[in-house]
Design a protein around this ligand. Structure first.
Ligand code: FAD
Length: 311
């Protein structure tokens, strides 16, 4: 068995990558198959996700658009429609500022075939990122209307938005390496997207996991204490039982003996507004100490990175 400290990484560098590259990186955390990423793997990977309807993977990349129209009616129609899981703000001059994941845009196209601006956005995105939209059979075809102008904002442009809009439209992914109790609490935050290492598919007796189970060092016990010794013995026993079960059973069956202390990896993707909410709750004195262990330094890092939102 291996014992490691918890950690987190703000996936800022991933934001500089194309949508397929970032979605593949996040998607592969489930199977821990990051070793299969190469220069040409991203587009086939996302195409497969779209074909197989692995929609939550397609939530891991967002596009921010400015949509302008000569007349105000089409813009108002979409604004009042408020398609699910899109952030939509009205700007001056018959314009909308819209941020959504690839999944949210795909579902907007499917569920609102009657809305002209939705369809125009669909056409725009399909032209830019065809692999995400190939499998959609749109009900009313391509019903775009004249006079709609769409522009995709770069990340740099999103970061120039005024604080209230920045908080809503800037999405940020953080990868945590923590125990399973912490991730159980994290996934209660409903506006986020999550992808997590799957104990159903990962076989920790395999070479790629070092033929061992990895545990997160508990924040509660001093390494020299008797409590720590008891905890360590329990983990060793649990690992042995897990390996015994794996001789005849699948990983999903064997994992039933694995404890909360198991190391897991999770990517949490949310806008800054939701991160602010999470940090308020999860750094407070009432929060679980293993959660505070990663959230307090994350809060400090985000205060430095986005002072207008987090200070
Ligand atoms: C110290 C602490 C102790 C806890 N103890 C327990 C416990 O004992 N048992 C337990 O079950 N849970 C517990 N929780 C989890 C807690 O109940 C929440 O589920 C979790 O913190 C998610 O936070 P949230 O609901 O504020 O917002 P999120 O899910 O992060 O949502 C963010 C915001 O979106 C909006 N929102 C999202 N979904 C809805 C909705 N369906 N309806 C209306 N508005 C919505 C709200 O404005 C909300 O503030 C605890 C959490 C903390 C921090």
């Amino acid at each position: 068995m291996r014992i490691i400290e918890p950690s987190f990484t703000i996936l800022d560098e991933l934001d500089q990558q194309s949508l397929p590259v970032r979605i593949e990186y996040c998607g592969r955390i489930c199977y821990k198959s990051e070793n299969r990423i190469d220069r040409d793997s991203a587009i086939p990977f996302v195409r497969k996700m779209a074909e197989n309807g692995h929609n939550s993977v397609l939530e891991m990349g967002v596009a921010t658009l400015i949509v302008a129209c000569a007349g105000s009616d089409p813009i108002q129609a979409l604004y009042f429609l408020q398609p699910k899981f899109l952030q939509i703000d009205q700007l001056e001059g018959n314009r909308l500022l819209i941020t959504g994941s690839i999944r949210a845009y795909r579902e907007m196209l499917l569920f609102h075939p009657e809305d002209a601006v939705s369809q125009a956005i669909g056409l725009f995105l399909r032209r830019k990122h065809p692999y995400f939209f190939e499998t959609l059979h749109l009900a009313s075809g391509e019903k775009a209307i004249d006079g709609i102008v769409i522009e995709e904002l770069s990340l740099a442009a999103v970061e120039q938005l005024a604080p209230p809009q920045l908080a809503k439209h800037r999405y940020l992914a953080v990868k945590f390496i923590v125990n399973r109790a912490v991730t159980h609490e994290l996934v209660r935050h409903r506006p986020c997207t999550f992808l997590q290492e799957s104990q159903r598919y990962c076989r920790y007796s395999a070479d790629k996991f070092g033929n061992e189970v990895t545990f997160i060092k508990p924040v509660f016990f001093d390494e020299q204490s008797e409590e720590f010794a008891v905890w360590k013995q329990s983990m060793e026993a649990m690992e042995q039982q897990y390996f015994r079960l794996l001789q005849t059973a699948t990983p999903q069956a064997a994992r039933t003996v694995l404890p909360n202390s198991c190391k897991t990896e999770i990517i949490v993707y949310a806008n800054l507004l939701e991160w602010r909410h999470i940090l308020e709750l999860r750094t407070s004195m009432a929060a679980e100490p293993s959660m505070r262990e990663v959230m307090i330094p994350l809060q400090q890092a985000l205060q430095e990175r986005f002072p207008a939102v987090f200070s």
